[in-house]
Design a protein around this ligand. Structure first.
Ligand SMILES: *[C@@H]1O[C@H](CO)[C@@H](O)[C@H](O)[C@H]1NC(C)=O
Ligand SMILES: *[C@@H]1O[C@H](CO)[C@@H](O)[C@H](O)[C@H]1NC(C)=O
Ligand SMILES: *[C@@H]1O[C@H](CO)[C@@H](O)[C@H](O)[C@H]1NC(C)=O
Ligand SMILES: *[C@@H]1O[C@H](CO)[C@@H](O)[C@H](O)[C@H]1NC(C)=O
Ligand SMILES: *[C@@H]1O[C@H](CO)[C@@H](O)[C@H](O)[C@H]1NC(C)=O
Ligand SMILES: *[C@@H]1O[C@H](CO)[C@@H](O)[C@H](O)[C@H]1NC(C)=O
Ligand SMILES: *[C@@H]1O[C@H](CO)[C@@H](O)[C@H](O)[C@H]1NC(C)=O
Ligand SMILES: *[C@@H]1O[C@H](CO)[C@@H](O)[C@H](O)[C@H]1NC(C)=O
Ligand SMILES: *[C@@H]1O[C@H](CO)[C@@H](O)[C@H](O)[C@H]1NC(C)=O
Ligand SMILES: *[C@@H]1O[C@H](CO)[C@@H](O)[C@H](O)[C@H]1NC(C)=O
Ligand SMILES: *[C@@H]1O[C@H](CO)[C@@H](O)[C@H](O)[C@H]1NC(C)=O
Length: 468
């Protein structure tokens, strides 16, 4: 009888939740498929004249090594080994079928001269540089139109030496938007693992217009007061798996984006199928997981679990504004532990930076089916500050099993939102009071537990060892 019911339940669930197929497929998001097999060819950066003294500029050595390795792209690819040392360099380009491999004591250092970070075109989905009109400095490690790229090693270090950039930003002497530490653009089959990233000038790891991206076992650090040093920003990218990361920076630890206002709307490349799990970290001016504020190409099917944030300003934030358009839907965030966090859940709908005056203020974002489940919090100031947009209710926002130890008198503050809740303490705001069970279960974005646990179990077991 029991198994009959389980079967009926499963069939019903499969019939009603189209996202289940994705959740099952999600197993494979965190595995490499056929990539990163042992590279038959390998060179060391010193063979190309590099000097690891922290002073010699090695941009040419990196470029020459990679140019040479290009001839192996159709022969199984190649590995560029960076041994112990301090390897100062300007921006360089990766190629397909390449493994960049850093020894334990290898440190790649970003040049402190802005001329070593050439200026490239703005992203079409942003219409201009994010900080300033016009182009933007290219990231230290850059790749475009690539397949099968691996950046890994024995936990070596990539240090952007971003303090010069933060000072140019603060003194308003930048000529172009600051660079990322790593940017992969229009690429597929990207693995970034087992490394430490320090002091990015701007966002740290930026996959944009990419598919099949794995970021695993990385540590990302920047001072808590460094400006805009987001950890990982999947942007107009799909099938992204981020797991087992520790991030402590000056801004959002992870921020999922998809372009800015009219440029993002017309480029229309969403971010979707994003898995985040076992993320730990903190910051002082930012959130643990953010969606937006640039979300004009749409964000959907985001699945985050086993999250621990401490001593941070915000736990989970949705940032949007009039003029953004786009959508955020089918977001599922569960098993979150927050300790010493000012605002646990924040919907900020007035994130009013726009690329120019040509955005359409009547272009309103569609926000729906966002579920928070199994959240516990200690020493929280505000449980939820949930603001929709007047005339544009955010709907089917579901809160399930949330227990927050809140220090202020009005823990929830909601407007222009609609949804359901069950087992929430302190008691939630009026618009979310209706119970999830039994009537609204299917309005919420919920995954049955048995599928969720098997998904995670499988993925971890099958993740191959990528040392080669
Ligand atoms: C993306 O890369 C592919 C080759 O990998 C290329 O054919 C395509 O034109 C590129 N698109 C953009 C927008 O760069
Ligand atoms: C990537 O593809 C686009 C579109 O085909 C092309 O314009 C651009 O030059 C390519 N860039 C590189 C670095 O291959
Ligand atoms: C990651 O780096 C650590 C530290 O050097 C090393 O012990 C470990 O084997 C590496 N893991 C993988 C999967 O390469
Ligand atoms: C990598 O190095 C960072 C920074 O030193 C450290 O916190 C982290 O535990 C190391 N990771 C591994 C896998 O050794
Ligand atoms: C901005 O441009 C000025 C004039 O060309 C130059 O002196 C300055 O170094 C540039 N600043 C940066 C941060 O590149
Ligand atoms: C916090 O970050 C925002 C941008 O994300 C910035 O405008 C603000 O100045 C920062 N505040 C502090 C205290 O650094
Ligand atoms: C919840 O997440 C924590 C890490 O924050 C982890 O230790 C714990 O095992 C997770 N619980 C479940 C049921 O997965
Ligand atoms: C968090 O902040 C509290 C109070 O400022 C401090 O006592 C504690 O050590 C911090 N925790 C961590 C892990 O940094
Ligand atoms: C949104 O922010 C702008 C500028 O910061 C402010 O003028 C406006 O009153 C805000 N709108 C709402 C609805 O809070
Ligand atoms: C509620 O969440 C907590 C952890 O956040 C978990 O330990 C507990 O089992 C959950 N309760 C239910 C009824 O799911
Ligand atoms: C809710 O937040 C708004 C600011 O966003 C504030 O003006 C209002 O007083 C708050 N309401 C309560 C009950 O705290």
């Amino acid at each position: 009888m029991k198994s009959f019911f389980s079967l009926v339940y499963l069939l019903l669930v499969l019939a009603f939740f189209s996202h289940i197929t994705w959740a099952v497929k999600g197993n494979s998001l965190c595995k490499q498929t056929g990539m990163g097999e042992i590279r038959p060819h390998s060179v060391t950066i010193t063979e190309f004249g590099a000097v690891g003294d922290g002073v010699t500029l090695n941009t040419k050595a990196f470029q020459n090594a990679i140019f040479y390795l290009n001839s192996f792209a159709d022969k199984g690819g190649a590995k560029l080994f960076v041994p112990a040392g301090r390897w100062l360099t300007g921006s360089f380009d990766l190629i397909s079928h390449l493994t960049l491999w850093l020894d334990k004591d290898a440190i790649i250092l970003g040049s402190m001269n802005s001329d070593d970070w050439p200026v490239v075109d703005p992203l079409p989905s942003y219409g201009r540089g994010r900080e300033l009109p016009g182009g933007r400095h290219r990231s230290l490690i850059y790749g475009r139109n690539l397949t099968d790229v691996i950046i890994t090693g024995d936990n070596g270090t990539i240090d952007g030496q971003g303090s010069v950039w933060w000072n140019w930003f603060r003194s308003k002497t930048l000529n172009y938007t600051r660079p990322h530490l790593v940017e992969l653009m229009n690429s597929t089959g990207v693995v970034i693992s087992n490394l430490t990233f320090l002091n990015s000038p701007f966002w740290t790891i930026h996959p944009v217009y990419c598919s099949h991206v794995i970021v695993q076992d990385v540590t990302i650090l920047a001072p808590l007061d460094s400006p805009n040093t987001d950890g990982i920003d999947p942007d107009s990218s799909d099938d992204v798996c981020i797991e087992d990361c520790y991030i402590s920076t000056g801004d959002d630890l992870i921020s999922i984006k998809s372009g800015w206002d009219e440029y993002g709307i017309s480029f229309a490349r969403p971010s979707r199928n994003i898995i985040i799990r076992r993320l730990t970290g903190h910051n002082r001016n930012g959130s643990g997981i953010a969606i937006g504020s640039e979300m004009s190409g749409g964000v959907s099917e985001v699945y985050a679990e086993n999250i621990y944030f401490f001593n941070s300003s915000t736990g989970i934030i949705l940032k949007t504004a009039r003029g953004r358009g786009g959508y955020v839907r089918n977001i599922y965030i569960s098993n979150v532990t927050l300790v010493g966090v000012d605002t646990a859940i924040f919907f900020n709908s007035n994130f009013s930076q726009h690329p120019d005056e040509f955005y359409d203020p009547n272009s309103l974002p569609v926000i729906e089916r966002i579920t928070f489940k199994d959240v516990i919090g200690d020493n929280i100031k505000v449980a939820g500050l949930l603001k929709g947009i007047e005339g544009d209710s955010f709907r089917h926002i579901c809160l399930l099993n949330i227990t927050l130890d809140v220090t202020t008198k009005s823990p929830w503050n909601c407007s222009n939102i609609q949804g359901y809740s069950s087992l929430v303490s302190p008691e939630t705001c009026e618009p979310l009071k209706e119970s999830i069970y039994p009537k609204h279960y299917s309005d919420c974005y919920l995954l049955p537990n048995h599928l969720r646990s098997s998904a995670c179990h499988l993925a971890k077991e099958t993740f191959p060892d990528i040392r080669s």
